[in-house]
Ligand binder design. Structure first.
Ligand SMILES: [Fe+2]
Length: 398
């Protein structure tokens, strides 16, 4: 039997390839080690390993601790980004970096410190602050990556999806499934920042990405600034689905989930709890999932989005889940704990919960730092992927 210590030690014996390895020969490097569950180290074993290296072969017995761990061990680590600093740097990028064809977006992505400097918040999720100056346009394009926008502050930008201008205001959630044409325009005299979430790292691994440039300019007809998009007029009525023969789309046909509905749903859950009825997920913890009004599924094929409201003084039970999440504090303050890390957080702060790291949150929200006297957390995750592959697991630690 392998001991846990042995499993942890062995997985480091084979290193990934480097340019030097390729120049000098095999990228496979094997070292015979004297350990429980390993063959006796002899000259013959060393000769066998050199043969494996030469023929680009790797035996399972040196790798099993890494390839088949007893439980998920994420390559990502828990990490927190402060909104105040992100805004400062995005403001500076607004002064220095133009938006246009090629770079496409003034989007600045979170890079988990243990993922090699890649712009990946987690192994599957991209999260970025995007910034548009007054009067600016971000040009039209489309890609297979599924995306959304979430607005923690400000207003004034319309995102034009398939020719439908969709307003963006604080608290609004705007999903947009892959392969839809989209552009943005800031119709006001103020800059605006928001967060983008995409499945870029997941599609990077699956190598299924496509991308196309669209028009360099959107039309005057698309430059209008309605309070509601056409998608909201068709799909944005609670519990009512149009009977017209609207074809199913890969993601939600509703392009904006307005804050007034999210806020009311969360507030009602806490009121029902106060009145002695069910509705919250645990005491003082209201939560909703954004869902596709066509069939109730997740809003995007690869991304789940939720909103959590934790009443002042309430604390959530620690939970582990397979798959990773990114949270943004929408309002209020509190302490969040991810694995061995705890942070005091406030509006706009972003943090990641890697796979199988326990997560809990305690609300310290008050009248001075919240509209509703609660810690409000927006969350997105890769849960639909894990559920589709039957790899989803949840465990409450408490
Ligand atoms: Fe895009």
């Amino acid at each position: 039997m392998f001991s846990w210590k042995t499993r942890c030690t062995l997985w480091s014996v084979t290193q990934s390839s480097t340019a030097q390895d390729i120049a000098t020969g095999s990228p496979v490097r094997l070292q015979a080690v004297s350990a429980e569950g390993q063959p006796e180290v002899t000259p013959a074993l060393e000769e066998l390993y050199r043969g494996f290296e030469q023929e680009l072969l790797v035996p399972l017995w040196t790798e099993i601790g890494d390839l088949m761990p007893a439980h998920p061990r994420s390559r990502a680590v828990p990490y927190l980004w402060r909104w105040k600093r992100l805004r400062e740097l995005a403001d500076r990028a607004g002064d220095l970096v133009p938006v246009g064809r090629g770079g496409e977006r003034r989007a600045i992505a979170l890079a988990n410190p243990s993922l090699g400097g890649r712009p990946f918040a987690t192994p599957t999720l991209w999260a970025a602050i995007q910034y548009l100056m007054p009067g600016e346009d971000a040009p039209e394009h489309r890609h297979t990556q599924h995306a959304f926008r979430f607005v923690v502050e400000g207003s004034g930008v319309w995102t034009v999806v398939g020719g439908d201008p969709v307003p963006m205001n604080r608290g609004d959630f705007l999903p947009q499934a892959g392969w839809n044409w989209h552009a943005h325009h800031n119709a006001t005299s103020e800059p605006m920042a928001w967060i983008d979430g995409l499945d870029i790292p997941f599609q990077y691994v699956t190598e299924a990405q496509f991308f196309e440039f669209g028009r360099d300019e959107i039309s005057d007809a698309e430059r209008i600034t309605p309070d509601r998009s056409r998608s909201e007029r068709l799909w944005g009525h609670p519990g009512l689905r149009p009977l017209s023969a609207v074809p199913a789309t890969p993601g939600s046909p509703l392009l904006s989930y307005k804050w007034e509905y999210t806020n009311a749903a969360l507030g009602d859950q806490l009121l029902l709890e106060k009145e002695g009825f069910g509705g919250t997920v645990e005491p003082g913890h209201a939560a909703v999932r954004y869902s596709n009004p066509h069939d109730g599924s997740d809003v995007l094929p690869t991304v789940r989005a939720e909103f959590h409201r934790i009443a002042r003084g309430a604390e959530t039970a620690p939970v582990r889940e397979t798959g990773s999440s990114v949270y943004q504090v929408f309002d209020g303050s509190g302490v969040v704990t991810v694995g061995g890390e705890s942070w005091t957080v406030s509006r706009g702060d972003l943090f990641v919960v890697p796979s199988w790291e326990p997560f809990s949150a305690r609300s310290e929200a008050g009248a001075t730092d919240s509209d509703e006297g609660a810690l409000d957390l927006f969350r997105f995750s890769d849960a639909p992927v894990f559920e589709a592959l039957k790899l989803n697991r949840t465990r409450k630690d408490a």
